[in-house]
Design a protein around this ligand. Sequence first.
Ligand code: BIE
Ligand code: MG
Length: 215
Amino acid sequence: MAQSKEQRILEFVQENAVKGDPQSVVEHIDKYCSQKEWAMNVGDEKGLILDKVFKETNPTTVLELGTYCGYSAIRMARLLKKGSRLLTVEMQPEHAAVAKPMIEFAGVQDKVKILEGATETIIPSLKSKYGVDKVDFVFIDHFKNFYASDTKLLEECGLLKKGSVLLADNIVYPGVPEFLKYVRTSGRYDCTNYPSHVQYSDELDAMEKAVFKGY
Ligand SMILES: O=C(c1ccccc1)c1ccc(O)c(O)c1[N+](=O)[O-]
Ligand SMILES: [Mg+2]
């Protein structure tokens, strides 16, 4: 069977990056995806925004919606303080099958757990099945049509606390208008927009930070 783009990215990392060095893995994914084949990792420019907001939050419990090849999970895990954990949800098995060895190659497998399945199923199980009380930081980067419904689901499941930070990718491209309207008009979030560009491109994009104000 022909190799997928995601498998080619993994192979490039395994053959060129430094094993056990998450920064090297991140840099090599960016190198491949900027020079060889575009891919929907959050990328280097928006990755710096992710780093900044993540460091400001200094989270203990992190949730990611949309693992893809593991780039942003590895990027966040390299900044995670001791004793913290990152749960990342991926619906597509073929992506999870690449992300797992990618995360292991980066050496962050003890901090990162991939949850395979649909967010609408997994989010309601986080407390009972994974022992989550509240999430401090949520990076939202999965199916664009699910951003708004999954944000409301996080609220309904009691997973957010006053100060929980949501950071959403793709505010401009492909765009998430329902999510943006909800977080900006519900009265439940303090929002900040971070203009940027589509990964590995000059096209405009942005990220949105939405800080939960409490129930
Ligand atoms: O939807 C796409 C997309 C659309 C068209 C072609 C390829 C990807 C996309 C583009 C940039 C992203 O950062 C991203 O997260 C996604 N995504 O699918 O989740
Ligand atoms: Mg994205």
